[in-house]
Design a protein. Structure first.
Length: 376
């Protein structure tokens, strides 16, 4: 086996045990010969953000791993250096390309190969969204400082802004309005094609999973039948042994015993195959759900920035008059915490997507490698 493939076979599960969209929850023991038909997404998410692999990816996106994920977004530092695909993606592009040279030319394998390629594009898109979050922080940072200084409830406290504060707010609004929205317009990114690929692959894996379960049941029944035949044959042989030579007795016993061993070995092999499919299928399911969440959050953040731009333009169009500036500040205060929470939520789901992509890539590539090694 090629060195890259050998290393993958031994380490892919460990390296990719991050939140798969299982979210990498609780390692691979979640895959069994009879997986649960339902999945608790909330529990999976909670477990996923606590994994070491999630923290590892977070640390690559930020300077430090936050000890408390409820940390204020304004306090989270961002990387000055642009995040690169090779910093995140495991198994990497070269290893995948090397492995794909040796796969069997079957329809499912080709679909998996397409998924592996699309997962790279998804990772690139997630990196661009991560950069959008960083740009949004830079864009919003002056407003954060403004809201930290200016009181939230000016009317109830009888406080009004001084002219100097109005001038300061006006300058910040002018700067905010001059910068572009860092988030893409709805439906301008390429998630639709990617989601279609993931759903198509999941359908194929579901069908294969169903066939694999049926085969396991058939092999189990076959094993039981072989045992019954073995018992019956042994009884017959014992009776026959009274009148035949001892060497013939040994030959008669050996034949059904060997027959009984074959289904048992095949069943164990099929169980391994079933577990691989189970993990891969769950990974695709969770990845699709995280992508839906990311897509929704990106759209909402785009709308939020556009709403802020309309607010500040309302004030800018009226010059440095105190009343419109105070009204805009009040509106910004009301939306402030929600905007920060959605920024953090997007970043968490992006990290979960990175981890999910890696785990799914690892399991699917290992599945292809085992298929290639399987003489049957």
């Amino acid at each position: 086996m090629l060195p890259c493939l050998r290393q993958l076979s031994l380490t892919a599960t460990a390296n990719c045990s991050s939140p798969s969209l299982e979210g990498g929850v609780a390692d691979d023991n979640i895959a069994s010969s009879q997986p649960s038909p339902t999945v608790n997404l909330s529990r999976a998410y909670t477990l996923a953000v606590k994994t070491s692999s999630y923290g590892e990816i977070w640390s690559k996106v930020h300077h430090e791993v936050p000890s408390d994920l409820s940390v204020e977004v304004a306090q989270v530092e961002f990387q000055e250096e642009p995040l690169q695909l090779e910093d995140i993606l495991k198994p990497n592009h070269e290893c995948v390309e090397e492995a794909l040279l040796h796969i069997k030319p079957e329809a499912l394998n080709q679909l998996i190969a397409k998924y592996l390629d699309d997962s790279e594009q998804t990772a690139r898109l997630c990196i661009s969204f991560s950069q959008s979050v960083n740009q949004a922080r830079r864009l919003y940072a002056p407003i954060c400082r403004l809201l930290d200084v200016l009181p939230q409830e000016m009317e109830s406290t009888g406080h009004s802004l001084s002219q100097a504060q109005c001038n300061w707010a006006f300058d910040i609004f002018l700067q905010f309005d001059s910068l572009n929205n860092p988030f893409p317009i709805h439906d301008t990114h390429n998630f639709n094609d990617m989601r279609h690929c993931y759903l198509e692959l999941k359908r194929e894996l579901d069908l294969l999973l169903q066939k694999s379960r049926s085969k396991v049941q058939l092999l189990r029944h076959s094993t039981k039948g072989s045992v019954v035949c073995l018992v019956a044959a042994t009884v017959g042989v014992v009776i026959t042994a009274v009148v035949i030579a001892s060497h013939a007795f040994v030959a008669l016993v050996a034949a059904p015993a060997c027959t009984a061993c074959i289904p048992s070995k095949m069943a164990k092999k099929e169980l391994v195959h079933l577990a691989q499919l189970d993990v891969a299928t769950k990974g695709i399911f969770f990845l699709h759900n995280h992508l839906e969440t990311v897509n929704c959050l990106v759209g909402r953040l785009y709308d939020a920035v556009e709403f802020y731009k309309r607010l500040v333009r309302f004030a800018l169009e009226r010059g440095k008059d105190r009343y419109p500036i105070q009204e805009v500040v009040k509106q910004l205060h009301r939306k402030h915490s929600n905007f920060l929470e959605e920024l953090l939520g997007l970043e968490e789901h992006l990290c979960l997507c990175f981890a999910a992509i890696n785990k799914a890539r690892g399991h699917l590539l290992n599945y292809l490698l085992h298929q290639n090694q399987d003489p049957g």
